[in-house]
Design a protein around this ligand. Structure first.
Ligand SMILES: [Zn+2]
Length: 452
């Protein structure tokens, strides 16, 4: 039993002080605080001053397993997720081998059971080997447990393949998540095209690389019947396209990452490879547009795009001295510019996302209820977690207990993730997960959070 916390559940239209009773892995009752006795022999977690919300769900992570155990494994990734307050994460298909067959999906689910942490929701590849030429067996993948389809990391260039993928997604009733990037426009770009790229003397990635591909894909999506989802929207122009496509009747949802709502390309000048990702950190105006869209509903959900990488892949040996994280780097020499352009894309995010979302709340951009919609209710719908994203009686007891006032500093050395590539190191935040509960079992508890 969770006693006396502020329960925030937008689906059940609840926001107030309640007790939550869990029996056999399911929510049994949500009653006004103090109105029911603790069941005989039950474990009680005192939640005074804490928030009790539906378990957070991340629709976009890369767990690198199978294939790259020095970056992350399913076990370490799911434990990092639990430490970040997540009860389930959707694991992308760009592993090695690629998750394009039921055998790989079954391997992922089996490893996840051994983690005793967050749940793993497999994302199946759209095309074999992410090659963009031949569709996977959507029906077989959905049957084995695919919660979503995506070639994330790589855009689907072939329009005919994309149209057929939309038809298959509609047929099996799963969402399809798109990485929107025109690679001809990305070229060898290392960061957003603009003043920062010019100052560092590196090639820039124009806004059109996202907007142009998004416009094409949304045009193909209209009328397809497929639940289309756009990963990591990074630009104001992209958000305008989402609004226009919805007005024309497209079924489209989209996500934004904490790095895109928190940082602009100035952070790239400070952190270099640890602030390099696709799409890149954009301008301050784009950050403002993302924040407004999180508040007004244009953006449906928050996704970490957790992308662990080792220091070698990030070329830290060649770039570490240049990007110490304090001052903005000056112009790079040709060798360094090349090292930066070829450094792996991506940042870790599972253990910082909740703190950063709460930071948005402390700044008045979103309220607590909207945060729960963005991090639990909406991802549950996208990933076909029927009856989840809420604490209604009968739902799986996947619950996140949050201490919204706990002050802490981001120290990558303390991450449960095996990787440390984050531009948030050293940042002071207020608010983090106190308990993460999956199927009624506590899979993470923060030191000092009270249990009796
Ligand atoms: Zn992507």
């Amino acid at each position: 039993m969770l006693r006396g916390g502020r329960v925030i559940d937008p689906i059940a239209r609840i926001d107030g002080l309640y007790d939550v009773v869990v029996i056999d892995g399911r929510i049994d009752a949500v009653e006004r605080a103090g109105s029911i006795a603790s069941p005989e022999g039950a474990t009680t977690i005192e939640c005074a001053g804490l928030w009790i919300v539906p378990g957070l769900i991340d629709p976009h992570v890369h767990l690198r397993d199978p294939g790259f155990p020095q970056k992350e494994t399913i076990i370490s990734g799911l434990r990092a997720a639990a430490a970040g307050g997540y009860t389930a994460v959707a694991a992308m298909a760009n592993t090695y081998p690629v998750n394009d067959t039921p055998a790989i999906t079954r391997y992922m689910l089996e490893r996840a059971r051994a983690a005793h942490a967050a749940r793993l929701l497999p994302v199946a590849a759209v095309t074999i080997g992410l090659g963009g030429r031949e569709l996977t067996d959507f029906a077989a993948m959905a049957e084995t447990g695919a919660a979503l389809f995506s070639d994330d990391g790589i855009p689907i260039d072939d329009e005919a393949i994309l149209a057929r993928a939309f038809a298959e997604a509609a047929r099996v009733g799963r969402g399809i998540s798109l990485h929107e990037e025109d690679r001809a426009l990305t070229g060898h770009g290392a960061c957003n095209a603009g003043a920062v790229a010019q100052r560092l003397v590196v090639a820039g990635i124009p806004i059109a690389a996202e907007a142009r591909r998004m416009r094409r894909d949304l045009a193909i999506a209209v009328g397809s019947g497929a639940p289309v989802h756009l990963a990591h929207v990074s630009t104001a122009a992209g958000l305008d396209l989402v609004r226009a496509a919805r007005a024309r009747g497209a079924i489209v949802t989209c996500e934004a990452t904490p790095h895109h709502f928190m940082l602009d390309d100035q952070a790239f000048a400070r952190f270099g490879p640890d602030a390099k990702m696709a799409p890149p950190l954009r301008s301050a105006d784009d950050v403002e547009a993302i924040r407004a869209a999180l508040a007004d509903g244009t953006i449906d959900m928050i996704a970490t795009d957790h992308a662990p990488h080792d220091p070698i892949a990030k070329h830290r040996d060649r770039l570490g001295a240049h990007f110490a994280g304090e001052d903005e780097a000056g112009p790079l020499g040709p060798g360094e510019a090349d090292a930066l352009a070829t450094a792996a894309n991506g940042v870790v995010g599972l253990e910082t996302a909740l703190g950063l979302a709460i930071d948005l709340m402390h700044r008045g951009v979103i309220d607590a209820s909207r945060m729960v919609t963005l991090m639990a209710a909406a991802p549950a719908r996208l990933l076909r977690r029927d009856g989840q994203g809420t604490l209604s009686p009968g739902a799986h007891a996947d619950i996140t207990v949050i201490d919204p006032h706990r002050a802490w500093t981001v120290e990558p050395a303390k991450f449960l993730s095996l990787s440390r590539n984050t531009p948030f190191r050293g940042m002071s935040l207020k608010g983090r997960a106190a308990f993460t509960i999956v199927a009624g079992e506590v899979v993470y508890s923060l030191a000092g959070a009270g249990e009796s």
